[in-house]
Write a protein that binds this ligand. Structure first.
Ligand code: ADE
Length: 237
């Protein structure tokens, strides 16, 4: 069972984005749980304020330490995790770039806490105190950490056993091996004068496998020459 906690100012955005399709079914089957916790609920400010101007000046507003830290303490209470402190992932374009390998590592955890910033960032002291791990989803800048948290939760969830129908589809796909996927076809056999490659209609499983591997190699060579080079190196070994 994987338990995700998302600390955010926009809990509806996170839950709305994730409560669909495969992830929704995974929650219903209790293979994963997702709880979005509103940082604003923990502010002690009488006007519910959670941000303020940066000391030393500069553009924009910063999230204050107090509501973030009190929210964090509340989330820790929600994870009955005595043995070890759950990892806290702070969504930030300055972090280590998320990839499939990181997803596989994170999928082994039982509890993961995501911290979503908004505005220009978060007071550094609370990030230090919480010992966050900074993670980016790519070299571009979003307005907040909510989409990155959703991207990561979606990616990690499909690696949790039972979440996908097909046991090995999570392992077989692009990026798990060094090759991209082969093209696929479904009914009808002829569409807009285009036929399905005949080998797929032959029922000859050995030939189908061989064709798929060839197509995967060709696909990778065309679309991702960098991965193709890695594949070549690995198949020489
Ligand atoms: N917040 C803003 N941009 C981000 C990014 N690229 N990855 C993670 N968090 C972010």
């Amino acid at each position: 069972m994987m338990n995700f906690y998302v600390m955010t100012l926009f809990p509806e955005m996170v839950m709305g984005g994730l409560n669909n399709s495969i992830i929704k079914r995974a929650m219903e089957k209790e293979l994963i749980s997702i709880q979005a916790v509103n940082i604003r609920d923990y502010t002690l400010d009488k006007h519910n304020k959670v941000d303020d101007y940066p000391f030393g000046g500069g553009a924009g507003m910063l999230m204050q330490a107090q509501p973030v830290y009190d929210c964090y303490k509340a989330v820790l209470e929600m994870c009955p995790n005595d043995e070890k402190k759950p990892r806290v992932l702070y969504m930030s374009p300055q972090g280590k770039t998320f990839n499939q390998e990181m997803a596989k590592e994170l999928a082994k955890e039982e509890y993961l806490i995501f911290l979503c910033g908004h505005y220009e960032g978060i007071d550094q002291r609370v990030l230090d105190k919480m010992e966050v791990e900074e993670v980016s989803i790519g070299d571009y800048v979003l307005t907040g950490g909510e989409f990155p948290a959703m991207v990561m939760i979606d990616t990690i969830s499909r690696l949790v056993p039972g979440v996908l129908n097909n046991d090995d589809s999570a392992v077989e796909e692009s990026f798990s091996g060094k090759l991209l996927e082969y093209p696929q076809y479904t009914r009808p056999e002829i569409w807009e004068d285009m036929a399905v490659p005949p080998v797929l209609m032959s029922g000859h499983h050995k030939n189908i496998e061989k064709w798929r591997l060839e197509m995967a190699i060709e696909n990778t060579k065309q679309k991702r020459p960098d991965l193709y080079e890695e594949y070549l190196k690995e198949s020489e070994e």
